[in-house]
Design a protein around this ligand. Structure first.
Ligand SMILES: Nc1ncnc2c1ncn2[C@@H]1O[C@H](COP(=O)(O)OP(=O)(O)OP(=O)(O)O)[C@@H](O)[C@H]1O
Length: 604
């Protein structure tokens, strides 16, 4: 942070300020960039004018930069569907190339070309960053890894799509997970954010469906019988997986359908009636479809849970148990089950074993850790200073933008109301922002995400609905405006940058309301070779150790551990394994989102 910024204070400063009662500062009427602060004159463009322009949905150039000249705020708030590709399931738009199941199959790669990003992005993956990555596998008869896609028999059609995706060689998690899955084994796989887990579970499923001659599916009017089910915790992530799976299965004849809440069910029902091999869904909408008998799980051969630890925590577990254990899905052993996440608490590993048969545990990278590709900073910022401090960061970012192609900034807050308020504050101060949270309509959510991805609105304020899985290549900076209460949530949030071998920056605002995060944050940063500020180390030393699920083992470079190796398996209360630290993590007393009393969950 620049020395000119007034809002950042050292730990000692803040203690002094608190003693002087200076934390209760008057609310500032409007943001003034650092270089204008010592002038007595009003800013060049009065904030009220900016606000009016925003409300009318007029252009806002974010200062002098002309790069972001089509902000979505204003327009984004006032109804959708008129331009900009609004509307449900309207993510396509590519050219029609082939008859498919009586309908024309849209070319899912067309959009990549339009965005002129994919080639550079995917071939630009920095595999050197993964070369010395630690890998642990356990379980019986673990199939060996491969080094190239050519070594694996995925089939011509799928191989062609891998080329179309411009994937030159498999990422480490793919090198291990694909042969394991192709061998028909159940898998619990843990690999760092942005390391290619989606393809790691999609390729074997598509290839398996293509290879096997499955028995004729029942012909019951209006009931769909998918062969594979992929569950994910948020609507946007399900849509993303669907889009990816459609690319991977292009021109193979494998049919992928997505079902998620908030969108009209009729359109999804129509899609299902046309036939489905792979169903990607959020749990709530799937339960609805099952109860209406519009989907049967009787023919399921593959079950994949993305963000599996989230899917099995207290928030989702009952729904997942209902889907997997209480409907008509074949039991473990009769289906293949693949669980993937970047974090895998022991407690969740134990739960997950109910869904698996003789599984292989795979850990690529330090489990539950962040990747070294993300530069992590933590700054002490008083609650009352957070907004102006954020605007200082955004302002400095724009000033440092040399080539006019500034990256996107994702700002995480704790509550839905907080997201709305911060979005509004940024907009009226001339920073083009939009927001995404569970109280916005699905149309608004999709529009906000689209506007962010295209760079029209380069700042997205989000609750944890955007914390997991979303793959947005140009996210250069993640700001934890409000730190989460759970270190795993922090890992997933910052993982929205530094993806596919690229570098990223993550900044966290810390103050006395985040005491329980001091120790896990300091440990995590140390593990990832980041500079830990002295004041954070002092806070960490003062934090009681043992009451929090965030408790981590000290100094283990590779903390990924198969819970079956623990002597306390089935009766222990540790949270995470540790390769050398002893101990582990505290019991997750409030596992399931980590929200304090009175705070509504940010999840769907
Ligand atoms: N073999 C590959 N070569 C090049 N790029 C790849 C390869 N595999 C995946 N990618 C790209 O890497 C990016 C991240 O992949 P993905 O979204 O699957 O990560 P993830 O591990 O699921 O992340 P998260 O934990 O955040 O969900 C995507 O843009 C994807 O297209």
């Amino acid at each position: 942070m620049s020395a000119t910024t007034r809002t950042t204070s050292s730990w000692a400063d803040s203690a002094e300020n608190a003693a002087n009662g200076s934390s209760a500062r008057p609310v500032k009427p409007a943001y003034v960039p650092p270089h204008l602060r010592n002038r007595s004159l009003a800013p060049a463009e009065p904030p009220s004018m900016v606000a009016n322009a925003n409300e009318r949905g007029l252009g806002n150039n974010w200062g002098s930069s002309s790069n972001f000249n089509k902000p979505e705020f204003g327009a984004g708030r006032q109804g959708y569907g008129s331009g900009g590709g609004g509307g449900f399931n309207n993510r396509g738009g590519g050219g029609v190339v082939r008859e498919h199941g009586g309908r024309r199959e849209v070319n899912p790669f067309e959009n990549d070309v339009d965005e002129s990003l994919s080639e550079q992005e995917n071939t630009g993956i920095n595999f050197d960053a993964y070369d010395d990555i630690p890998v642990e596998t356990s379980g019986e008869n673990v199939p060996p890894p491969v080094n190239t896609f050519a070594e694996i028999d995925l089939g011509d059609a799928l191989n062609q799509n891998i080329q179309r995706c411009k994937y030159v060689k498999p990422t480490p998690v793919q090198r291990y997970a694909i042969p394991i899955s192709l061998a028909g084994r159940d898998l619990m796989a843990c690999a760092q954010t942005g390391s290619g887990k989606t393809a790691a579970f999609c390729f074997p499923i598509i290839s398996g469906i293509l290879r096997e001659q499955y028995a004729q599916r029942p012909r019951v009017a209006r009931t769909a019988y998918p062969l594979a089910l992929i569950l994910s915790p948020t609507r946007e992530l399900s849509c993303q997986i669907h889009d990816e799976a459609k690319k991977f299965s292009y021109q193979t004849g494998v049919k992928v359908v997505v079902a998620y809440g908030g969108a009209p069910i009729t359109q999804q029902l129509r899609e299902l009636e046309r036939g489905v091999d792979i169903l990607v869904a959020t749990p709530g909408r799937l339960v609805d479809l099952l109860e209406r008998a519009r989907v049967s799980l009787q023919m399921i051969r593959y079950l994949a849970l993305d963000e599996a630890d989230r899917m099995l925590d207290m928030g989702f577990e009952p729904q997942i148990r209902k889907i997997v254990e209480q409907m008509d899905m074949p039991p473990p052993g009769m289906r293949q089950t693949l669980l993937f996440s970047a974090t895998f608490p022991k407690e969740i590993q134990r739960l997950a074993s109910d869904f698996l048969a003789s599984y292989i545990f795979l850990a690529v990278g330090r489990v539950g850790s962040s990747t070294d590709l993300i530069s992590q900073r933590v700054e002490y910022v008083l609650e009352s200073d957070k907004r102006s401090h954020l605007m200082d960061l955004l302002h400095a970012q724009r000033e440092n933008d040399v080539n006019g192609k500034q990256g996107l900034t994702l700002v995480f807050v704790e509550t839905k109301k907080g997201a709305d308020a911060l979005e509004h504050c940024l907009c009226v101060n001339g920073f083009p922002a939009t927001c995404i949270h569970g109280d916005r309509t699905q149309q608004e959510r999709e529009q906000a995400l689209r506007s962010f991805k295209t760079g029209n609105t380069p700042i997205l304020v989000a609750t944890d609905v955007a914390a997991r899985g979303l793959d947005i290549p140009r996210v250069a900076h993640v700001v934890n405006f409000d730190l989460p209460n759970d270190i795993d949530d922090y890992v997933h949030r910052i993982g929205r940058t530094g993806r596919a071998g690229k570098m990223g920056l993550a900044t966290a605002f810390f103050n006395d309301s985040n005491l329980s995060m001091a120790k896990p944050l300091a440990d995590l940063m140390q593990e990832a070779n980041q500079e830990v500020p002295a004041w954070l180390t002092r806070y960490a030393a003062r934090t009681p150790y043992g009451s929090s699920r965030n408790k981590r083992t000290g100094g283990a470079r590779f903390g990924g551990r198969d819970v079956r190796k623990e002597t306390s398996y089935n009766k222990g209360t540790d949270y995470y394994g540790g390769a050398g630290g002893g101990g582990g993590y505290g019991v997750p007393a409030s596992y399931g989102g980590g929200y304090g009393q009175g705070v509504t969950s940010a999840w769907d």
